[in-house]
Design a protein around this ligand. Sequence first.
Ligand code: SF4
Length: 391
Amino acid sequence: MWDSGAYTPPIGNSAGIALSSSVNEAWEILANGGRIDIDHGLDLYQHASINELGMLAHYVKRQKHGDNIHFNLNLHVNTTNICVLACRFCAFRKGSRHKDAYALSTHEYLERVRPISDTIDEVHSVGGLHPEWTVEHYEEIYRAMKEEFPHISVKSLTAVEVKHISQRSGLSIRRTLERLRDAGLDALPGGGAEILVDSVRDRICRGKESSQEYLTIHRTAHEIGIPTNCTMLFGTVETLQDRITHLDRLRSLQDDTSGFQCFVPYPFLPDKTRLPEAKIPKGMEVIRTIAISRIMLDNIPHVKAYRMNIGDKLASIGILSGADDIDGTVQREEIMHSAGSSTPLNTGMQGLIRMIESTGQKALQRNTVYTKFKPHTLKNAPEPRTLPVVG
Ligand code: SF4
């Protein structure tokens, strides 16, 4: 049975732990409902110890969510790896004549979902920029999904996919999103933000939507009632200042719209891409970035430790350092795994609950838009059920 989830009151720095003055000041500001400005955020990111940063971020997380850590039961379906762009960091895209290129028909898409449709409530679906697909193709998929699986939310399309579809279809961004919404699109996953600084985008993904276009597409989605997530790909060529600027831009949009539900920071995985100059983030930096995100993004409700990218071990530390969500069962994932992720795809619900409980916190299943919640414990979780591996 779903319920509205538990809330635990703030804990504060009740242990009286000695903190650096910058962290102490941040603690005071956050405990009083204030905002960490850009300069203070950069100072914390650069100079606070990982223990201080993680502890402060975990405090903020507990203020918002108590001991709860969210997960969902979902499936990733990548629609096509054919893409008219060739972002330098991307290991997923293929040219249309490549032997491994694919583009799912609506029938093939449904076939991916059908075997496990009774065990999930969300399909997360993104892909490349197909040279021929217009809005009609996506409308057909979403309508078919809603007709056959009305209980499954469709979280789909990166901002650049929305831009590409609108251009291919000769429609405005708003009209494109309205048509997709009316066909069954429930939410946008937030991918494609990379770093919202155009000088960085020029180096890693020239031709993709600009920073302003990303923000405008998300603003438009929020205005017509489509909630979205937002992301940050870090560890390519950007500076720490660029990352803080990125967080600030998302925070400013959220002040206007309140349409972001979750922020998902993930590090660049370098394998098979064309960015030899990338500064690959180490585990400590991943945790520091999750922590500073939670500290800066005071108005975005959720921060995700995206296990498909950072792996289950770092995700476990992430949910003690500011994150309150670990995404879901996923089952099949191609984008991160093309780039070198080795996160298992068969963890299942019990595995997620075990991971959460191992950190001393409580597992709370959520739906796509965080309006329904169901608590779980390993003791009471359903018997392990091996979900069929798709494809
Ligand atoms: S990141 Fe997206 S837009 Fe860029 S090449 Fe890869 S699939 Fe295409």
